[in-house]
Design a protein around this ligand. Structure first.
Ligand code: 13P
Length: 248
């Protein structure tokens, strides 16, 4: 699949306060003109999206959100945040179907797809996460699980979206798949998407850090990364971005 500009996205999860938004300006100064060849995205928690977008507006760093409502229209849904509200706050992307949402909050593929479609309706680019658990992998079901998640979670309405392959067992620890394993799954995702997307970028996520980023970016079919812990500090996140071959 023809890859366009790489995308390296930081998912702050439920960490950070407004005082930490200074990391965004620091990140922008560290990556400098590299953002002309790599899309650099930070997804802070929802209450910080508007302030983050305001502070990032004169920099090359893009701001996104970590989740959105599956319902596109303004409606009586206490506590929910619509994709249109996130777009209005300055978000450009939104992560949907992260494994933490799927496991902790019980989000199904159908819910994830509805969220991705709501994001597109609002003019946001959804980053649809997929990935197998340790037991699914051990049981030889990796391919089946990831293909099903792709088929059932990606938007059916057309439009630009991103897929993030995040093996659940690789999140928040130190282990990552081998480069060959990452390449195989990205190839499977590309084939499953064939005919259903206009060159969707496929990111790898799960324990990406400044030490392993360079080789992960070199794996075939990897169009960037979705980074958790190592995106919280500009030092680490900029080192990851600068490790991309396009940065040199
Ligand atoms: P870590 O990079 O902390 O393993 O988290 C990955 C992730 O879940 C990003 O969405």
């Amino acid at each position: 699949m023809a890859a366009s500009k790489p995308l390296i996205a930081g998912n702050w999860k439920m960490f950070g306060r407004q005082a930490d938004l200074g990391e965004i300006a620091l990140l922008a100064s560290r990556v400098g003109r590299v953002s002309e060849v790599i899309d650099v995205l930070v997804c802070p928690p929802a209450p910080m999206v508007a302030v983050a977008a305001w502070r990032a507006k004169d920099t090359s760093v893009l701001i996104g959100a970590q989740d959105c409502s599956a319902v596109a229209a303004d409606s009586a849904r206490t506590g929910d945040v619509s994709a249109a509200m996130l777009a209005d706050a300055g978000a450009r992307y939104v992560i949907v179907g992260h494994s933490e949402r799927r496991t902790i909050f019980g989000e199904t593929d159908a819910v994830v797809r509805a969220k991705a479609e709501a994001a597109l309706t609002a003019g946001l680019i959804p980053i649809v996460c997929v990935g197998e658990t340790h037991s699914e992998r051990a049981g030889g079901r990796l391919g089946e699980v990831v293909a099903r998640q792709i088929q059932d979670s990606i938007p059916q309405t057309g439009g630009t979206f991103v897929v993030a392959y995040e093996p659940v067992w690789a999140i928040g620890g130190n282990a990552t798949p081998t480069l060959a394993e990452i390449a195989d799954v990205h190839d499977l995702i590309g084939k499953t998407l064939a005919g259903r997307s206009m060159g969707a970028r496929i990111l790898y996520g799960g324990s990406v850090n400044p030490k392993n980023a360079g080789e992960i970016f070199g794996a075939p079919g990897v169009d960037g990364a979705l980074v958790g812990r190592a995106s919280l500090k500009a030092d680490d996140f900029s080192a990851i971005i600068l490790a991309h071959p396009a940065a040199s």
